[in-house]
Design a protein around this ligand. Structure first.
Ligand SMILES: *Cc1c(COP(=O)(O)O)cnc(C)c1O
Length: 227
């Protein structure tokens, strides 16, 4: 289907009802699922339109784009989720607007986030590939990284974030995240959130227990040039 079909409002309501249908089909309560609209590469004006349509949670993956956008939208009560690879030297800038960082994948980043002493919710990003360049902690490093977050007063560990790899059935990939979540909860019982599922695979993610979906193009339409 053409991602650009219809108006923003139509696409948003279509995705909302598809998410609700997927939840009901999985025997889940749709209100237990938060849809984060990924607005990367789109202008602040689009984020403002989304807020007027009732969107409360937005996701961005690059500080250099998100910072100026968030600064223009300070009057809105939005929750900004940072979902991209994050260098420790950008942490201060990201904490200006983000109340959630979903892409925490290494001890040095945990330390930088904690050192700011600003309350922050974090998700550990799980790498589902064998390529360390993809971002995310390898499954065998999960508990150790979790312990480090738990040791910080400023950080609240919410759960796991993951992107389904190309070339794997998304449902199988999300099942692996769910299994990792069971391991995580042995060291962090409250960290039960699962951020997984994007425009092309949110139904599979809901079926595997996603609590947070990160949906871009199905709602925003195709992204303008990445630049
Ligand atoms: C861009 C992005 C998304 C949204 O992708 P769509 O396919 O446009 O829905 C979700 N998660 C992450 C980490 C992203 O970078």
């Amino acid at each position: 289907m053409n991602e650009d079909s219809g108006t923003l409002e139509e696409r948003l309501s279509r995705v909302r009802s598809q998410v609700a249908d997927a939840a009901v089909e999985a025997g889940r309560d749709p209100s237990a699922i938060t849809t984060i609209v990924v607005t990367k590469f789109h202008p602040a004006s689009l984020v403002r339109e989304l807020a007027a349509l009732g969107v409360t949670d937005v996701g961005e993956n690059r500080q250099q784009d998100a910072g100026p956008k968030a600064a223009q939208l300070r009057d809105l009560a939005l929750t900004w989720h940072f979902i991209g690879q994050l260098q420790s030297n950008k942490v201060r800038a990201v904490l200006e607007y983000a109340s959630v960082v979903q892409s925490v994948d290494r001890a040095s980043l945990v330390d930088a986030l904690g050192a700011a002493r600003i309350p922050l919710q974090v998700f550990l990003q799980l790498n589902l590939t064998d390529d360390p360049g993809r971002g995310g902690v390898a499954p065998d490093g999960l508990e150790q990284l979790a312990e480090r977050v738990l040791a910080s007063d400023a950080l609240t560990l919410r759960g796991l974030m993951a992107v389904a790899p190309l070339g794997e059935e998304p449902r199988a990939a999300f099942a692996r995240v769910r299994e990792a979540s069971e391991r995580l909860r042995r060291v962090a019982p409250d960290a039960d959130a699962l951020s997984m599922g994007m425009s092309g695979d949110f139904r599979e993610a809901v079926a595997e227990g996603a609590t947070h979906l990160r949906i871009g193009t199905a709602i925003t339409g195709n992204r303008p040039d990445a630049g």
